[in-house]
Design a binder for this molecule. Sequence first.
Ligand code: IPM
Ligand code: MG
Length: 358
Amino acid sequence: MTKTLLLLPGDGIGPEVTAQTVRIIERLNAEAGLDLATETALFGGAAIDATGVPIEEATIARAQAADAVLMGAVGGPQWAATAFDVRPEAGLLKLRGAMNVFANLRPALCFPALADASTLKRELIEGLDIMFVRELVGGVYFGSPRGIEDIGGGKRRGFNTQSYTTDEIVRVARVGFELARARTGRLCSVEKANVMESGLLWREEVTKLGASDYPDVQLSHMYADNCAMQLVRAPKQFDVIVTDNLFGDILSDAAAMLTGSLGMLPSAALGEAGRPGLYEPIHGSAPDIAGQGIANPCASILSFAMALRSSLGRPDLAERVEGAVAATLEAGYRTADLAGGTQRVGTAAMADAVLERL
Ligand code: IPM
Ligand code: MG
């Protein structure tokens, strides 16, 4: 049966890298029995320019009706000065919320061929394989009240609310426990229970869930600041990390860079079973290099691989795509963001090399 993938290329390098993933899809449709139909919609700044809003309601409906959604990137300096709720980023939060994709899987995986591309010593990151589970539709990103208000005397106050309920914590923690169980059996839960009530509740609920449903998983807890330090000190101590929306945003960027480049890392945002997932490269829109044909398409291609595995029922093809990317790196191909290698290539040539090995 034909499945549908909604493409939201967005801004900056988003359209360039998404176009390369479309070539991978076309190949798999033609030669591997994929049977995937793609649709495209405006998103982010591109949607603001055309429609006045970062995502139209009709696009949200199409996302909810698709089997999966693949995003490029959103944002750019030309939209940074607009009101908060019509910025490109607001469209992304709205989409995540509407799709209710509460668990964001962000693997920080060190490809063997890139072990020397990291800013850390090879022995610290060789074989690194961390899976972040970031809560994605709650916490301070979504809490109310929020705003900027006048407090008199020409002064203002900006405020946001961090809040988590038992259900919000348990459903994302469950994803972490399940992944840990399928990997090396270790889950580290990260918060600031020492200063935040929401963090204290997080710790208590995760502990309770572990004791009742996952006694076989080795659960540890860590404060977010310590986790940041441990990620650059000895990252291989981690297997699965589960954390809230804001800490997950920050810590996953740090972990991503350990692996050599933000340009390599995919992510999958998943909701309730059977609902479409939202797949995004972790990198941003990189306006400084947009349009030059030098962006790394691998994060987009690997995000699509995650979609094959988690939303499109083709884990076999996911492995094939991931294997082709790894082989391309082994063969020495590198985009500008990656150190080392033997051949400097642009966006399309990198995808050519992946296609050749697919
Ligand atoms: C990410 C990004 C987004 C976030 C922005 C673009 C809203 O940084 O996906 O990590 O903060 O969640
Ligand atoms: Mg981020």
